[in-house]
Each structure stands twice: as structure tokens, then as C-alpha cells.
Design a protein around this ligand. Structure first.
Ligand code: SF4
Length: 569
């Protein structure tokens, strides 16, 4: 594509990704500035007022704030209580308080209830929420209270980090109106260069800008790599009386093999609305493993099938989740930039929770940004304050307590449970030295070494569904005539999919994508099968970017506004 003229927009502070971390961060920063300036005006504080020149911006790739948000979700309210103490009075969207909880170990036909709830899965005092409603609500609070300071820009995907040397000076947003061959269409709009004094990345798991930034600035030096699981979720309407509103159930075991970390969640959002999902770690060995198929099989278990019987699936989604924990957190700051939420690894997988940590990370970044604005210094030495604030906070205390959790589960799930139990009850989280994790895709074995392919359940389209039926219920849409956002690169490796990968791994992308984006099709009778990428089905989960054994799939942001439209997720 020919060079195009781009507008430059200036911001004081730019948040990328309108998830809970960025929304909380922007709200808190605007609030700190307002309180500071009001105190100076009233004479109760000495000093200089902070005059924002261009305001605070939040970019969101989805059509609306919340559209791409998906989580279980049971939320620990400690983050939101700090951010907006009267959150309940202001109508925070809670589906239910947790009213009861159970954990089961599943076998193929049976189940065993854990006699004691592990402390990490105790949810008394927590709330069942829909993350996309939480994001919508936070955006609404910003527009009610700080619309003069904070601007939210939906349909603006961050495409590229902008640097001056190693200093981050902002980001470039994606172009609109480019056809699938890269030609400009009549509705072409060039992406904008947004320059900011501080850029704060809160992109969620495997963010496409975070993925560029971390290796370039070596923010992962001496850290574990981030590792992930893929969560596949449906919302169901089930007949009343099956489970009490507020009931929280987790399972481990079947249908995963004993060396595969993962399990299910089932949260009763109302007397009839059920969030049911399954998360599988991506450090698996068998290239035929399929997170959607594992979820499908799980639903055929007699206990689950009975609960779903007579119900109706009304929503679908999938997303990866960062599981590495404390030792996988990158360095959180550099010149002009901070990393928050899952971009910074703020998630406690031992508790299956991250919303409270995302909110807290946004607040701490806002406090560091506030001090930088006061000093008018946005260098690494000032932004380091974010790390200091984090280390002095309950968020660090919590993440430190589960620092070795995921490492326990890189072999047998059962020995992992014993090790995790000992860490919880006897050794205060285990060793204080970093214990290693390896990047997910390195665990995948070639066809010749991985044993028999994993059998899949044929969908009955009543309790179990084909991927494409599920995708329909995710509301996913993309402009069809645009460049494919699943880029096989470098170009000279593009044919690896149709040759080497087919031979060695059997094209695992066909299996691990929960939206059937990757299809091996026979173009003509007698011709070898070839990969076809149906990118418009993509639900932006990022599994392919993580699990591809050759690491040639690069998930880049599609045209703004494309992707799932999650409701109640
Ligand atoms: Fe997820 Fe990749 Fe499939 Fe999109 S193409 S749904 S990001 S695995």
C-alpha cells in the first residue's frame, strides 16, 4: 500500500483497550486530577494545578465498549470498592451474590465432591458478574463524571507502537477501507498517529501491541514467559429450580487427560440464566486437542447434561486467559509506557480471578501517571513509581502468594494438586526463587510422537453444538472485504501450513481455534488439501497466535468495529 498522509492527535495520557484496567485507570486519574485541582482552588492544598492540554483517551477496537469483554465471572469486589466506594448505590451490574459453592472432580460418568473447598476457590462475599456489563458500566461512570477530561474512542484498534528511540511516544491506529488485496476503497480512512505523554497498554491477554513492545524493550528479561489457557463459554437459559441463583460450581478432571491443566466453571447468574464454560491450558502435547471439543465433551457428562436438558443456549464466546502469575509478569514500565491488566499479567489463576487485579493495576498506574503529570516527567525513572506502588499493594501480596501455582501443574494434575495444597497449607506459597515455566507451543508434540488423535463428540445441536453454530451466537461480524488479520509471516514461510505443518503436526490450527477459522480444504478433486482462513468468524480469542507450533501466525487487529458482540458474557 502506498504511503498515506496521517493525522496526528495529541493526548496527555492514552489507554489502549477499554477493559476494566483501562477504564478504572482513566476514571481514577481523572478523579485524582479533579480532587487535586479542587483542593488548590479551595486553598486546602498548596501547589500547581494540573492542566491537561489534550485530555485522557481510551481506545477500543470493538464497536462498543464491552463488546469484546468475556470472563466467567465471579468478581472479588476489593478493586471496585476502592475505585468507587458507593458502587452499589451507583448501580454496579451484579447478577448475583455468591450463595453457595461446590468443587467436583469428574470421571467419565461420575463425580466426587471435594469435602473441603480449597481456600483459593472460596467465593463467599464475591459477586457473579458479566464482564461486558461491568465495562459498559465503568464507561458510563466516566461519561457521567469526567466527560470533560476523558474521551473514549470505539472502533479504534491500536495497530503499531510509535517510538522515538526506545521511548514510547504513542500508537498508530488501524486503517479503515482497505480491500483484501491492500487497495484503498472509496471509504478509506487512514489510521491516526496518537501521540501521548504516557501510553498505558491494557489490551487483555496476548495484546497485539504488548506483544510488539515486550520483546523490543526486553521487558521479559529474567521473567517466565506468559502462558495461557483458552476459555470457551456459553450462556444458557435453563428451567428454574435446577440450581439456586448465586450457585458457583467448578470441576476438574474429565474430559481432560491427567497431565492437562484446566477445568470448568458454572455460575448461576439468575434462577434461570447459567454461565457455563471450560478452560484448557495451552501447554498440551497432542496436536489434535481442541478446547471447544473439550467443552463439548464436558457437556455430555451425565451430571452436566441433566442440568442443561430442556434448556436453551443463548450466547457463546471464547478468550484466552493469562495463567503464568507473578513470575510471568513483565517489567511494567519503560520510557513513556506502562502495562496494566492482563498486558501486565495481573491475574490470579489459583483463584480464577483477575477483574479486581485489573482494576487495581489501572488505579496504581493512574497514581504513577498523576505523579508524572505533576513532575512533567514521563521517563522510565518517574514511571518506575508504578512498580513501587504495585509492590507495596495488596495486589502484589496476593500475586506473590500464588507465585508458584501454575508451575505445579506442568506434569500430572493430581501431583500438582498435592504440591499446590502443600504450598497453601504448609509453605506460604513455596519457594521464593523463580520456578520456571516454558512457553506453551514448545509442549506440542508431532503427530508421530503424540499417540492417538483425541476423539470428538458429534454435536447434537441441542446440548452440544458445532463451532459455527456457536460462532453465530457470539454475534461476530467483520467487514469481509479487508485484509485477513491472521497473517502468516514471514511471507516465505507462508506455505509451511500446506507442507511441513500438515506432515508434522496435522495442522493443529484446525483443532485449537474455537471458531473454525482455519480449514483444510481440497480445492479440486485429486489436489492436496490447502489451508483456508475464514477470518470473519474470528472471535479474537488469540489462541492461534499462542498455540501455533511454528509461531508463524500473527494475529493483528482487523478493521475497527469487527469481532464479537458479546452480551451478558
Ligand atoms: Fe481465536 Fe485465532 Fe480462531 Fe480468531 S482465528 S478465533 S484468534 S484461534
Amino acid at each position: 500500500m502506498a504511503e498515506v498522509q496521517r493525522d496526528v492527535m495529541e493526548m496527555d495520557v492514552l489507554f489502549v483497550g477499554a477493559g476494566p484496567s483501562s477504564l478504572a485507570g482513566a476514571y481514577h486519574l481523572a478523579n485524582l486530577i479533579k480532587k487535586h485541582n479542587d483542593a488548590i482552588d479551595s486553598g486546602s492544598k498548596q501547589g500547581r494545578k494540573i492542566q491537561l492540554e489534550n485530555g485522557i483517551g481510551i481506545l477500543e477496537k470493538g464497536k462498543n465498549v464491552g463488546d469484546h469483554m468475556l470472563s466467567g465471572a465471579v468478581m472479588d469486589p476489593s478493586g471496585i470498592k476502592e475505585l468507587i466506594p458507593d458502587f452499589m448505590e451507583k448501580g454496579f451490574p451484579i447478577e448475583s451474590e455468591v450463595t453457595g459453592e461446590s468443587v467436583y472432580l469428574l470421571t467419565e460418568k461420575g463425580k466426587f465432591k471435594f469435602p473441603l473447598l480449597p481456600p483459593t476457590l472460596q467465593n463467599h462475599g464475591n459477586y457473579i458478574c458479566s464482564l461486558n456489563k461491568v465495562a459498559e458500566w465503568l464507561a458510563d461512570q466516566i461519561s457521567k463524571e469526567f466527560s470533560d477530561t476523558v474521551n473514549i474512542f470505539p472502533e479504534f484498534p491500536g495497530k503499531e507502537v510509535l517510538y522515538e528511540g526506545d521511548k514510547v511516544i504513542g500508537i498508530r491506529t488501524g486503517d479503515k477501507g482497505v480491500d483484501h488485496n491492500g487497495n484503498l476503497k472509496s471509504n478509506f480512512e487512514a489510521g491516526v498517529d496518537i501521540h501521548a505523554k504516557i501510553t498505558i497498554l491494557g489490551e487483555g491477554p496476548r495484546g497485539s501491541l504488548t506483544k510488539q513492545l515486550v520483546p523490543k524493550l526486553k521487558l521479559d528479561a529474567d521473567r517466565n514467559p506468559q502462558v495461557y489457557g483458552t476459555g470457551v463459554k456459553e450462556i444458557w437459559e435453563i428451567p428454574a429450580g435446577r440450581l439456586k441463583k448465586g450457585m458457583v460450581i467448578h470441576t476438574a478432571g474429565w474430559p481432560l487427560s491427567s497431565d492437562h491443566y484446566g477445568g470448568s466453571w458454572m455460575y448461576m447468574m439468575s434462577d434461570t440464566t447459567w454461565s457455563v464454560g471450560f478452560v484448557s491450558a495451552l501447554d498440551y502435547a497432542n496436536p489434535t486437542f481442541d478446547p471447544h471439543a473439550a467443552f463439548t465433551k464436558f457437556k455430555t457428562h451425565p451430571y452436566i447434561a441433566k442440568l442443561l436438558d430442556g434448556g436453551k443456549m443463548i450466547g457463546y464466546g471464547a478468550k484466552t486467559v493469562s495463567e503464568g502469575g507473578y513470575w510471568s509478569m513483565p517489567k511494567l514500565y519503560a520510557d513513556g509506557v506502562l502495562l496494566i491488566g492482563e498486558s501486565g499479567g495481573f491475574i490470579n489463576i489459583s483463584r480464577l480471578k483477575g477483574i479486581h487485579l485489573a482494576i487495581k493495576s489501572g488505579m496504581l498506574a493512574a497514581e504513577a501517571a498523576f505523579e508524572a503529570l505533576q513532575k512533567q516527567d514521563y521517563s522510565e525513572s518517574t514511571l518506575k513509581r508504578f512498580d513501587e506502588l504495585f509492590r507495596a499493594s495488596w495486589a502484589c501480596h496476593e500475586l506473590w502468594g500464588s507465585r508458584n501455582w501454575r508451575q505445579n501443574f506442568t506434569g500430572s494434575f493430581y501431583s500438582g494438586m498435592i504440591k499446590a495444597g502443600m504450598q497453601i497449607y504448609l509453605t506460604n506459597g513455596g519457594t521464593k526463587k523463580r520456578t520456571l515455566l516454558h512457553v506453551d507451543y514448545e509442549h506440542m508434540k508431532k503427530k508421530s510422537e503424540s499417540g492417538t488423535p483425541i476423539t470428538k463428540v458429534k454435536a447434537d445441536e441441542t446440548i452440544t453444538f458445532e463451532k459455527l453454530t456457536d460462532v453465530y451466537y457470539s454475534g461476530t461480524k467483520h467487514e469481509e472485504n479487508q485484509p485477513c488479520h491472521l497473517v502468516i509471516q514471514p511471507d516465505d514461510l507462508a506455505d509451511i501450513c500446506n507442507t511441513r505443518c500438515k506432515e508434522e503436526f496435522g495442522n493443529p490450527c484446525q483443532h485449537f481455534c474455537p471458531a473454525q477459522v482455519y480449514n483444510m480444504i481440497v480445492p479440486e478433486e485429486g489436489k492436496p488439501s490447502q489451508l483456508r482462513i475464514d477470518f470473519s468468524n474470528c472471535v479474537h480469542c488469540k489462541t492461534c497466535d499462542i498455540a501455533d507450533p511454528y509461531q508463524v501466525i500473527n494475529w493483528v487487529t482487523p478493521e475497527g468495529g469487527g469481532g464479537p458482540i458479546y452480551k451478558n458474557m
